[in-house]
Design a protein around this ligand. Sequence first.
Ligand SMILES: [Fe+2]
Length: 245
Amino acid sequence: MLTLAHVSDIHIDDSPRSVERTRAVMRHLENLPGPLDAVIVTGDIADHGSTEEYEVARELLASRHPTVLCPGNHDSRAAFRKVLLGQDGDGPVNQVLRLDGLTVALCDSSVPGRPEGLLEEETLVWLDSVLAESSQTPVIVGMHHPAVALGIPYVDGIGLREPERLEAVLRRHPQAVAVLAGHAHTPASTWFAGRPLLVAPGVINTALIPAEARERYPVDLDLPPQIALHVFAEGRLTTHIRPIV
Ligand SMILES: [Fe+2]
């Protein structure tokens, strides 16, 4: 059995709010009494993509657990890469984490300067090759942008473009067991390409669906930060949502 913490949308800026909420989440994960096999962070790490924000995020996200991260639409590839990964370059930031019995492949769905998502050809080729290399091992595929509409109009308007290209890759590889995403700031479960699509809650705030609020950008600032804990056992992923209070 493997347990994966899924953290998303910490949106570090110069306000205490983002730092305190992220610190509470990471303290919780660091102090868990049982085994945690990895921490997955699905983007929107820095609110404005600045070097200073990434330097704060790097300290906050430092963990005793293996950690894998991908950018979101608020991130800047070059600064993300430089500060969080110690690398140069501004191409897509695609990351793989190989655990004993499970591979996590995080794709860069960000489009520089744009809020919507897209998997570039380079990223789709990379994902296809990671899946081919892991043909005997289950793979969880993650990215920032959900590949389907979730019922929140302003989020759905900036979702993943051309999801059929991702679907074609996943359909070629039955060992791709689930898709993870962030971006929506709400814990949500749906399906895509015949797999579960699991959306992590946002650490910074919680988005509401139209039945819950009348505003155009309905966001609850009072709910506590939340995370998802994915348990992988016997080929099946089960998700537990936890508020961090
Ligand atoms: Fe976000």
